[in-house]
Design a protein around this ligand. Structure first.
Ligand SMILES: Nc1ncnc2c1ncn2[C@@H]1O[C@H](COP(=O)(O)OP(=O)(O)OP(=O)(O)O)[C@@H](O)[C@H]1O
Ligand SMILES: [Mg+2]
Length: 226
């Protein structure tokens, strides 16, 4: 088998990388080979080897294929700001076209299970009129939506699911990531999400004290993906 998914979320900082690392780990436990991409990352550290992004490194740590940093994260920017602004400041043309070739190369490696993590939410601008969602469309990837569960997430989740459908992509599944353990009526909120999101819930990740891919994987059901 060779399956690949685009990971999006209801917002920035709601657990896309955390869940992606958990899914990749679950895939490895199931004996699958894994690969991952973070096509564009802002908020990178300056290192002797070049710019490095924590998301890309966390994903790489769960990849069984031997990948170079540039294969995983071809576009890296230092400031932790919206990617299109970071690219503009760096004088770099951040178009779908610029991300398409490196992500196609990654997918061509045909790992059993590949994840490509977006940045922020679904409709994140690149350069010109391009959005990161256009990359998911150009790659024709099914999408996994990470819902950062907190007050307001139902609206964000449903709008995102609607946009994915309108863009002609399949929503393959969603994950409830309980980022705010004080969220009131969690059960009722999750029931509403389950009723209204037209895709299977791949798991509910509780607020963890130790956030590791191993711990996250225990809460995810990879076999619910097509
Ligand atoms: N279930 C959880 N329990 C505890 N902490 C979590 C959980 N999920 C995410 N976090 C923490 O929340 C922060 C944001 O998570 P993460 O980096 O996965 O978000 P993201 O959506 O990938 O962000 P970005 O938009 O920057 O890519 C991290 O510090 C992570 O450890
Ligand atoms: Mg991330």
């Amino acid at each position: 088998m060779s399956a690949a998914y685009f990971i999006t979320g209801t917002d920035t900082d709601i657990g896309k990388t955390t869940v992606a690392a958990g899914l990749l780990h679950a895939a490895r436990l199931a004996g699958l080979s894994t690969a991952a991409g973070k096509p564009v990352a802002s908020g990178c550290d300056v290192t002797p080897k070049g710019l490095r992004n924590a998301d890309a490194l966390a994903l790489m740590a769960q990849c069984s294929l031997p990948l170079t940093y540039a294969q995983v994260n071809p576009m890296a920017f230092e400031p932790a700001i919206a990617p299109h602004l970071a690219a503009r400041e760096a004088g770099v043309a951040l178009t779908v076209q610029s991300l398409l070739a490196p992500m196609r190369q990654l997918l061509d490696l045909q790992a059993d299970f590949t994840l490509i993590e977006g940045a922020g939410g679904w409709r994140v601008p690149l350069a010109d009129q391009d959005n990161l969602s256009d990359l998911a469309m150009a790659l024709d990837l099914p999408v996994i939506l990470v819902v950062g569960v907190r007050l307001g997430c139902i609206n964000h989740a449903l709008l995102t699911a609607e946009a994915i459908a309108r863009d002609g992509l399949q929503l393959a599944g969603w994950v409830a990531n309980i980022i705010d353990s004080k969220t009131a009526r969690v059960e009722e909120n999750l029931a509403t999400l389950a009723e209204r999101i037209p895709a299977p819930c791949l798991g509910r990740v509780p607020k963890l004290k130790m956030v590791t891919a191993e711990a996250v994987a225990e809460h995810l059901q990879l076999d619910l993906l097509d």
